[in-house]
Write a protein that binds this ligand. Sequence first.
Ligand code: 13P
Ligand code: SF4
Length: 321
Amino acid sequence: IDEQLAYKEKIKALLKEKDAVLVAHYYTDPEIQALAEETGGFVGDSLEMAKFGNQHPAKTLVICGVRFMGESAKILTPEKRVLMPTLEAECSLDLGCPADKFTEFCDAHPDHTVVVYANTSAAVKARADWVVTSSIALEIVEHLDSEGKDIIWGPDRHLGSYIQKQTGAEMLLWQGECVVHDEFSSKALRDMKNLYPDAAILVHPESPASVVALADAVGSTSQLIKAAKTLPNKQLIVATDKGIFFKMQQMVPDKELIEAPTAGAGATCRSCAHCPWMAMNGLQAIEQGLREGGEQHEIFVDESLREKSLIPLNRMLDFAA
Ligand code: 13P
Ligand code: SF4
């Protein structure tokens, strides 16, 4: 505990010294989210993180999350220094969608509009017409469908098929998945619902279709937190990374939050869904990144890739405005 406190104090001093601000995702550990808020930084979903970094005046952004979030920040604000606790914080969606293979897929269907999830590399974004996050994907695909566009979607097949079902749009799906959400099990969830018959089920759309089918609310991390407030149920079963419980519980202190079960864990699962890369964001790593910078921590994006990937990213931000 003393060590944690010491790191927090060092980070606070370094934030001032380097004119830096912490921008954290809901899946990072509670002490990081709390520190971001305490120091005038931000906690949010991936779209809100991009927006916050874009408009905040600090010279340095410390992105606590995974690498694509740091890259998006650098693409949007190249004049800022973008640091991360560790550049080894990857994402299975990004890793499962190499730019050369994805380009081949797109080139084979040149008449399709290419829509990619933010959870991708700058090179994949550079090949896209649109970038989306889970909080705005539905609206953007609805808009493209209303213009009669056929769509290539990558990389999350579960989110893609959810959007396809909701919109009826013509979509070719890349076959990627999030290792965390893919593990939720509809069978175990049904068993859990039997234990808590009055509970509402909240599901992130990176989960398999059979899990989404059981949901009372489906949405991005921020949308799930809103749903937790709006739904009348006193018990909520939540199918997303357990990091979200910190902010969600603050928003609904009187409600009981229950972690949805993953396949192996069964209906008594506790603490099973947590992204291994989000977990790499620790206080010590933040302090080191701020103090040392360097290639372990600082994000650089090739300028020609940056210019290309900025176009579909800005399209999303303009659409969201
Ligand atoms: P949100 O856009 O809902 O925050 O989810 C992004 C994500 O998968 C982060 O891991
Ligand atoms: Fe990627 Fe899933 Fe981790 Fe999010 S939770 S960073 S989608 S692997």
